[in-house]
Design a protein around this ligand. Structure first.
Ligand SMILES: [Zn+2]
Length: 210
């Protein structure tokens, strides 16, 4: 058994991931440095997706891995000198214009495989955004904050209505009523538009009008 330390491009988890196979190494170069490049197909121990990891390691480690990859009786963990994955990791929709809290939440929402968690995180993003823009007070729940955002001209009526629709999906997730994958993904897509409206467009307007 061989595992290769790598970061899953699907869920972002970094761990020693089980290798289904290890490829031949690149032909040794004449100035053999004792280091070679190889690749393996691994399965993420977190989300179970499979991906390819292209890595450099000591030639001796590669040789051993190549030999024992299908043997259950032996175990080898490879910590590559360098690695990249195929597919490449998907990038979260983060932006320097968003507060750090929001960027962290977006990553969590993007990489979450659980629709209820994804919807709950999306709901938190909407709530945090309104708090960040000082819409409402601590006494206001999300319903009031959305209404106030409309009254104060931060969002238009259709956007407010749209936000309420997704707020309800977020509530479903909080109250442990099942949320479908489609609903959670649509909520995330909405959150991206919402953040663009609140953080990116106003700063673009400023940029072009000065
Ligand atoms: Zn994964």
């Amino acid at each position: 058994m061989v595992s290769v330390f790598s970061s899953c491009p699907f869920c972002g988890n970094s761990a020693y991931n089980f290798a289904y196979c290890i490829g031949h190494r690149n032909f040794p170069n004449p100035m053999d440095t004792g280091i070679c490049e190889s690749f393996g197909v691994v399965g993420c121990c977190n989300c179970k997706e499979k991906f390819m990891v292209i890595f450099t390691t000591q030639t001796s480690i590669h040789e051993k891995a190549f030999k024992i990859v299908n043997l259950e009786s032996e175990e080898l963990r490879i910590k590559p000198i360098q690695f990249k994955t195929f597919p490449e990791p998907k990038r979260a929709f983060t932006n320097a214009m968003f507060p750090d809290v929001i960027n962290n939440l977006i990553e969590e929402a993007e990489f979450s495989k659980n629709p209820a968690v994804k919807a709950m995180v999306c709901r938190s993003i909407v709530e945090f955004t309104l708090k960040d823009k000082q819409i409402g007070t601590d006494k206001d729940n999300l319903v009031n904050r959305i209404n106030k955002a409309y009254e104060m001209g931060l969002i238009t009526k259709p956007v407010a209505e749209w936000t309420h629709i997704f707020r309800k999906i977020g509530n479903k997730a909080v109250h442990e009523i099942s949320v479908s994958e489609k609903e959670a993904n649509e909520f995330l897509a909405f959150v991206k538009i919402f953040l663009e409206l609140i953080y990116i467009i106003p700063s673009k307007v400023k940029e072009y009008s000065t």
